[in-house]
Ligand binder design. Sequence first.
Ligand code: DAK
Length: 260
Amino acid sequence: MDYQSLIVTYEDGIATITINRERALNALNKVVFSELRHFFSVEGPAQENLSGVIITGAGEKAFAAGADIKEFAGLNAEKAMALSQYGHEVFFMIEQFPKPVIAAVNGFSLGGGCELAMACHMRIAGAKARFGQPEVNLGLTPGYAGTQRLIQLIGKSKAMELLLTADMIKADEALSLGLVNHVVEQGEEVAKAKEILMKIGTKAPLAVAKVIECVNAYFDKTADGFEHEVKSFGLLAETEDFVEGAKAFVEKRKAVFKGK
Ligand code: DAK
């Protein structure tokens, strides 16, 4: 599909989604949300050979500097809650996508931008990346699950501090807090994300999808993650890929997985 605010490219079974609003520091407007929704519900699932997804921002300055503040005019409680709910749904689609999704954070990752990065399964930061949840500066709370996922990633004390002070932190601090997986030289974020996805791409696809599900189940108050793991283990035990994986080990060769 031709997107207005995203550029989607494919290489080596990996989709790279670039938020393409450089002049607005890739702020997340309604079009970006609806196009992300389309990718993760329609285009991505239709790609048979897709092994992973990278999300990044156009230009050198920003991953995404937040939700588009210019679209906030005229919000009332009802509209704001609907908008928040919609954003939650789109970010859940990313979090629950059965292929690994990595945020390649090339600059400012603020507010909704930080929330988008946190909805991804991993985050790679360029050395100039900056993270923050500045919503209290605008008289708001985060609207796209920043209060929840930040705690999941860095714990309550530091999450509380960042959310209440609106402080922006540098890539190294984000790494030491566990907010990002790696810090790389500026401009190398996508390459590092790709390297990780290529490695995961050699693993059994159904097992990869189940790992994502099980890890997410830990944070789902309506699910029993332990039970989910038991069931996943049982389901995978009957797959062709499990037979192939075990056989390849015994035969001292690399497994060739089919996703079956
Ligand atoms: N929205 C719209 N435009 C933005 C933007 C944003 N979040 N951030 C930057 N831009 C635009 C600027 O307006 C400017 O556009 P022009 O004036 O040139 O037309 C252009 O990008 C370049 O920005 P600056 O000139 O400001 O660039 P600087 O290098 O001087 O500063 C900056 C970079 C990142 C420090 C600065 O742009 C900045 O502070 N930006 C805003 C950061 C921020 O507060 N982000 C929003 C976080 S709040 C909700 C759902 C979600 C949320 C809230 C409610 N509901 C459902 C109700 C989430 C909200 C947020 O994300």
